[in-house]
Design a protein around this ligand. Sequence first.
Ligand code: BES
Ligand code: ZN
Ligand code: ZN
Length: 501
Amino acid sequence: MPPVVELVTAPPSDAVALVVALTPGAEGAVLDDLGEARSGDFGVDVAALRATVKRDQLKGNPGEVVALPVGERLLLAAGVGDGGPRDLRRAGAAIARRLKNVESAVLPVARQPKPAALRALVEGLLLGGYRFKITNSPKPETLKRLALLAERPSEDARRALAVGVTTAHATMLARDLAFTPSSTKTPQWLAQQARAVARKAGLQITVRDERQLAAEGFGGVVAVGMGSAHPPRLIELSYTPDDAAPGHVVLVGKGITFDSGGLSLKPNAGMIAMKTDMAAGGAVIATMSALRELGVRVRVTGLVPAAENMPSGSAQRPSDVITHFGGTTVEVLNTDAEGRLVLADALAYADANLAPDVVIDLATLTGAISSGLGKRHAGLFCADDRLRAALTAAADASGEAVWPMPFVEDYRDALESTVADLSNVAVGGRDYKGGAIVAALFLREFTGRRSPSRWAHLDIAGVGRAEADEHEVVKGPTGYGVRLLLHWLAGSADPLRGLRA
Ligand code: BES
Ligand code: ZN
Ligand code: ZN
């Protein structure tokens, strides 16, 4: 259980730890008057605290934390940088990591905290302290309560705290799903998790099994899933607000529960991380879980094509030709380029049947995206200026960065096939440069055919997992996408303003 985070207007008497802020000054970190007064009340020798700050050469930057024992209790002095959302998110994460063995802590924030800063702090506290538990561990989490002390919080600040808590919980759900080993996490299991989410979050859910998928023409999902002993599913979650504004958003998330590469088998080192190849699908399920609580005003549908990509006697072969939802045929030259095959069906289905205004797909789609962008930015492919601007603004505010990528028309020829409408990889496969762009060009073929929607594709292969604990992410799956999407969907009364088809 994550700790309860709440706003209090007077210091709780049972707090075992007190956290005070250090800000950057000309000669190192500065403890302000509020921090000094609170430390004194807590029984801290303020001169000793100042000496420690000086000895450790603290600068007041986010991430810096010193701890001083005060009898049985603990004082933490934490750098908060410029006090803006980014720095407070990072400070929150660093504080949470140091509070592991404490039951309850109090953090004085400003008398009237700024809503965006408070939200970021809360998200940092909860996400930086996240740990995946393989089972319902009998040993409960030590940290139970985080009290944020603000004497006169506004209604907006209270709401920002609640939004931050909901956003962080949804992100943790996405992490939990991606951390789960693939031996447990079959497509059917993922669909069961989505059912549980739907029940709790007031969503409608439809799950298509392998028979329905075949009967309705989802040839990509069927082909990718047919090598596995665990058959594929298409999960469709829908959220209809009580007081709906017009407009419909469709979110699509790649849900490959394990990507061995199929018969185009990956080497072992490249396979280990592939239990997280459903990170985007998990992020879509988790985003959907928060919509009602956040009072999102537009209709949202989440589609997660879920399949396990395995080699076997029943697996699809390189050179097979498959027929996607809607009739487009594809020559499969590399079974490891499977994400685009399941996404193609979902995108074509959304286009033909859901009348969307905006379609956003997320996928751990290509290793190539991180060759160029590294592991901090998702690649954002979007030809629509307004949608790109809206998503970039949400990315900047949420702490989940994106960078715009081009649709290079010259590369489209690389997807020509002699036997089908398209091939699934460029001739040359992985050696063809610009692999992330080629993948986006492939997906584009399945969008905007029947309905005039705006479309964005986020390649999250680089950002979907982290190699080490850093700021608000922990080593392993990051839950990337949930914060970005929720910032966009819940950040204004009308996320579709200027974006309706
Ligand atoms: N799931 C992988 C992409 C991936 C790689 C995600 C590394 C996270 C980390 C995807 O299905 C894949 O295998 N893509 C191939 C495409 C190639 C065959 C054109 C790739 O990127 O190598
Ligand atoms: Zn693959
Ligand atoms: Zn994959």
